[in-house]
Ligand binder design. Structure first.
Ligand code: F6R
Length: 248
């Protein structure tokens, strides 16, 4: 694992964007695994700037997103499809037909998960999979549990995740209780995994994930078994991990 510690969120975003940009430049027809949430927004802004300056070309890039809320259409401003369109896709020269997010309004969510998993298999491993991390150690919507789940699946969100996401909705009651998420299988098949973390509220989860036991109670801990993880975090988020003596 490579760990990059930055002074603040802006520097974390620039560093992580540089890792993504290098991938797009090295392989213009790459498959990018993408994430939503507040952490990657700055990274996406930097990629947009790179595209506008003519340094980055998304015309041959394909993307697969990690997850989507069950029940929210892509037009809902809290859906992850809406997030991706507004925070990245609408501002770069990507072919929207080459962007993939699970369909939250599929009549049969389990069948949609099967379709999405088949699509992931067909497209092949992501060249780079971007991940944020929940305060409970979740990746995608792979919540703490008794077992790691490999394929794309429907998940019941934990109370802690619903609480964390309530800030984006008019009330906690409006937060969807289920989501469709890529499992740890496709995440672990990615050739490289780029994890971005910011803020002291992530420090314990980062330490547990990368310096604690590998356990489904901390889903991100499975990344210890991945051969090419790049962790980019600001010093607040990495504080707990750095205390363990991890090498930068
Ligand atoms: C988003 C996702 C989640 C977030 C995580 C962190 O697609 O899959 O795992 O990465 O909840 O969210 P933020 O960045 O908002 O702290």
């Amino acid at each position: 694992m490579k760990v990059y510690c930055t002074n603040n969120y802006e520097a974390m975003s620039r560093k992580a964007a540089a890792v993504m940009a290098a991938q797009i430049i090295a392989k213009p027809d790459c498959l990018l695994g993408l994430a939503t949430g507040s952490t990657p927004i700055g990274l996406y802004q930097d990629l947009i700037a790179g595209c506008k300056q003519g340094d980055l070309d998304f015309s041959r890039v394909t993307t697969v997103n990690l997850d989507e809320y069950a029940g929210l259409p892509g037009t809902h401003d809290q859906s992850y499809r809406y997030f991706m369109d507004h925070n990245l896709f609408d501002h770069v020269n990507i072919d929207i037909a080459n962007t993939n997010v699970p369909n939250g309004t599929a009549a049969d969510p389990a069948q949609e998960c099967e379709r999405y998993e088949a699509l992931l298999r067909k497209l092949g491993p992501a060249d780079i999979q971007l991940l944020g991390m929940g305060r409970n150690g979740h990746i995608g919507f792979n919540e703490p549990g008794d077992a790691f789940i490999a394929p794309t699946h429907v998940v019941e969100l934990t109370a802690s995740t619903i609480d964390a996401n309530a800030r984006f909705f008019a009330s906690r009651d409006e937060v969807p209780k289920k989501a469709l998420t890529m499992g740890v299988g496709a995440i672990m098949r990615a050739r490289r995994v780029l994890v971005v973390v910011s803020g002291e509220d992530k420090a314990q989860a980062v330490r547990d994930a990368f310096a604690g036991p590998i356990t489904p109670q901390v889903p991100a801990s499975i990344l210890q078994l991945h051969p090419d993880v790049v962790l980019v975090g600001d010093k607040a988020a990495l504080a707990g991990l750095l205390e363990t003596g991890v090498k930068l």
